[in-house]
Design a protein around this ligand. Structure first.
Ligand code: IYR
Length: 227
């Protein structure tokens, strides 16, 4: 700590009393409880700046050595969305017809999903999150090398969690979609080789009358252990 070679700044930290703390965390939990994965989107537009601000919120995530190994690609273009849908549906047809095990299909049954992915065209925005396992860098000798990133899936997972929370806070609905495999996303979006698709998030407003599966989250007693 306090290595003179590396600057520090005072921590901005507001200590709140316990009652305030209790109230805030309950309100936050209750708001997060209202978040649902949505599969039926309206085509109503979403302003660019709202998406950008949510991405800034995601970009505050902690990451291995603060390398911030993520890229958020915002897709609005209809033709690009169409190409993504086409490629995703061809992977998904294969998944539902052959790749998925019987157990997997049984686990998915309550969600009512199938190979059709109309939301990839209907949602006004797709955010494709890429993970950067390394970044090409030119050294002092002018030669390019791969500068490694650390704890990449953990870091990107945290950033995506913050992104989902920020978009929910903005009053928008999301779908965490992971067509598998996702290699086609890098190709369709013209991303460099060191960017690997991590998750695809359709974002927008729910369609009028949208319904969601009647599923429950585990209770505190099921997920928390006190030792
Ligand atoms: N990727 C497929 C299947 C799927 C898998 C899981 I695990 C889900 O939670 C939901 C769907 C699809 O998108 O349909």
């Amino acid at each position: 700590m306090n290595d003179p070679d590396y600057p520090t700044v005072p921590l901005l930290f507001e200590r709140v009393d316990i009652e305030e703390s209790r109230q805030r965390v309950r309100a936050f939990r209750d708001e997060l409880r209202r978040r649902r994965t949505v599969r039926d989107f309206s085509s109503d537009p979403v302003p660019d700046d709202v998406i950008d601000t949510a991405i800034e919120a995601a970009g505050t995530a902690p990451s291995g050595a603060n390398r911030q190994p993520w890229r958020f690609v915002v897709v609005r273009d209809a033709e690009t969305k169409r190409r993504i849908r086409e490629a995703a549906e061809s992977e998904e047809r294969e998944f539902y017809a052959r790749r998925a095990t019987a157990e997997w299909l049984a686990d998915l049954a309550p969600l009512g999903t199938d190979w059709r992915k109309p939301f990839l065209e209907e949602a006004p925005v797709l955010i494709v999150v890429f993970r950067l396992d390394y970044e090409p860098e030119s050294g002092s000798d002018g030669r390019e090398h791969h500068h490694k990133n650390y704890y990449v899936p953990e870091s990107v997972g945290i950033a995506v969690g913050l992104l989902l929370a920020a978009l929910h806070r903005a009053g928008l609905a999301t779908l965490t979609h992971t067509p598998s495999p996702m290699g086609f996303l890098g190709e369709v979006l013209g991303r460099p080789r060191h960017e690997r698709a991590y998750v695809l998030l359709p974002v927008g407003y729910p369609a009028t009358g949208a319904r969601v599966p009647d599923i429950r989250k585990k209770t505190l007693d099921e997920i928390r252990v006190v030792v």
